[in-house]
Design a protein around this ligand. Sequence first.
Ligand code: 6PG
Length: 243
Amino acid sequence: MSAQVVRHEDAAALATAVARALLERLVAVQADGREPQVVLTGGTIAREVHREVARLTPGSGVDWSRVVVWWGDERFVGPDDPERNAGQARADLLDRVPVDPAKVFAMASSADAASAEEGADAYAALLETHGTDAFDVVMLGLGPDAHVASLFPGHRALDVAGRPTVAVHDSPKPPPDRISLTFDALARARAVWLLVSGEGKADAVARTLATPRPQRHDVPAAWVGGTEETVLHLDRPAASRLP
Ligand code: 6PG
């Protein structure tokens, strides 16, 4: 993967820096007269970033009513399940900034769709109707097994092409049923930012950046990247196995 690596002292510093960068990017896209399209993800470090984005929003100049919000993946659980990425992002960020609810596109919960497959299809339709040809910023966490979104090593979801979403079952990270964007959809990103914190991710980081590029089924994270930039935001422990 050809990526820029940005090192931060710790998770808190990472969250603050990424939040600032996101707000600046949103302002810049809006200054260009476009509505930014942002893709959120789940996980611990993403939650910290979301909270920082909310905290730093006042005075940032971002007009949240003109930001379009998507998710890279979702846990296919009930609408009020605390595991739901959309619920977490609402609590951490979206309920704290003046978004236009009509521009926030959560993936289906198990109350909205009979199966993760049906939810994945519904999200593909939403992307078709309300998406554009490119996401401005896609934020992704990284698993210790080098998964991103809900694209796990060895899973058949890694082979899905020609459509933007996929249902995932038997996820090694609970809960087992999920909906994810595919590599094809993630490839629409202008900017991909991987947010990675902790010693437990150090090996996955090193494998993601290895040359030659590892197999997609071994290191899914090595196969995502933005058309304009790919940035790995690492805290010191996550970067500890890099030269
Ligand atoms: C999820 C994810 C997943 C996550 C990584 C990193 O819903 O679980 O979207 O891809 O971002 O597993 O999560 P942590 O930051 O909690 O390790």
